[in-house]
Ligand binder design. Structure first.
Ligand code: FES
Ligand SMILES: [Fe+2]
Length: 343
């Protein structure tokens, strides 16, 4: 699993006052909490007293308090107070739990598990979440991480997989060769192209009658993708963030943000309901394909890259994935060597 990266551990609206949040990311159980002064912390989800989940506890001031016997832990994992310890005895410094680097950006809590020094500029640029309304939902998929990532920037599947949900709003593609205007960097890629506006009369009336709809997309290795649909005055932005929960399961967090779609009271509440329902339907439509993808993957060769010239996005994606996983493997080997030489 790729640890030297930022992972979206939670969206800010998920954090409730006093209530810590337990999550499992890359096989690690973590607890996320926001202290009274607003600082965000991520610790291992384990009280070192009797090994129960700290996420069963609650926030007290700047600390998280285990609900079993009341031990309190600071954001850096040090134990701050053991209620049953006589007042004159200090808390031993060895009493601590592991803490992880955490950073709040774009209304999301980001966590870093790796040994390398975290760089906050590497957090994917989800700027729209700072200013637009958004909804989010999570899904667990028995799928392959790379294939899931690839599918999320696949322009062609929308006509088919999503024919009953967003095909109309997003516009269609036909047999023509498309200029994707790809920009490929070391660890991310972006592109933009046009889709034919073939929405229903209601969709056109609301979203616009232009012949073509500008569609932008992006992928940031190894866990974030973006689909950004520009109408005349309105905009729909879908982020997907995905990671391995464990060896078999990939969790996907889908976030849908929008600008000027159904805005103004009371339509705003309708927009939230509408967007959430649409978003859930979209991911559910994808899941059947993503799970069957994984099952067949190792048995049969793929043909798309041999016969479809316009699959340049997939081709560049595969190169980018390979390049970055190799870099990751090298740095992991170096870390392992370091550990062995220390031993
Ligand atoms: S198990 Fe947490 S305080 Fe005892
Ligand atoms: Fe999809």
């Amino acid at each position: 699993m790729i640890e030297n990266q930022w992972y979206l551990a939670a969206l800010l609206p998920e954090l409730k006052k006093q209530n810590p949040l337990g999550k499992k990311i890359l096989g690690k159980e973590v607890v996320i909490f926001q202290s009274e002064s607003g600082k965000i912390h991520v610790l291992e989800d384990r009280c070192c007293h009797r090994n129960v989940n700290l996420s069963l506890g609650y926030v007290k001031g700047e600390q998280i308090k285990c609900a079993y016997h009341g031990w309190e832990f600071k954001g850096n994992g040090d134990c701050h107070c053991i209620p049953s310890l006589p007042k004159e005895n200090p808390v031993p410094s060895s009493v601590k739990v592991h803490s992880y680097h955490a950073h709040l950006k774009h209304n999301c809590v980001w966590v870093w598990f790796g040994e390398e020094k975290p760089d906050v500029s590497k957090i994917p640029p989800m700027n729209e979440l700072d200013e637009y309304p958004f909804v989010y939902n999570y899904h667990d998929i028995e799928g392959d991480l790379q294939l899931i990532a690839e599918s999320l920037i696949d322009a062609y599947h929308i006509n088919h997989v999503h024919r009953n949900s967003i095909k109309g709003i997003m516009g269609n593609l036909h047999g023509e060769e498309i200029a994707f205007n790809l920009k490929v960097e070391e660890d991310h890629m972006t592109g933009e192209y046009y889709r034919h506006n073939e929405g229903s009369i209601f969709e056109k009336f609301y979203f616009g009658f232009e012949k073509k709809i500008l569609t932008k997309f992006g992928f940031w290795f190894p866990n974030s993708s973006k689909l950004d649909i520009h109408f005349k005055k309105r905009r729909l932005v879908i982020y997907e963030h995905f990671y391995q929960v464990d060896e078999n399961t990939v969790r996907m967090c889908q976030i849908t943000a929008w600008k000027k779609i159904f805005n103004g009271f009371p339509l705003f509440f309708f927009a939230k309901w509408f967007m959430l329902n649409k978003s859930i339907k979209i991911v559910q439509e994808d899941i059947a394909f993503l799970e069957s993808n994984k099952k067949i993957k190792d048995e049969k060769p793929r043909h798309d890259l041999l016969i479809t010239p316009s699959d340049e996005v997939s081709l560049e994606f595969i190169k980018l994935w390979k390049r970055n996983t190799q870099t990751h493997e090298k740095s992991t080997q170096k870390e392992d060597q370091k550990e062995t030489s220390v031993l």
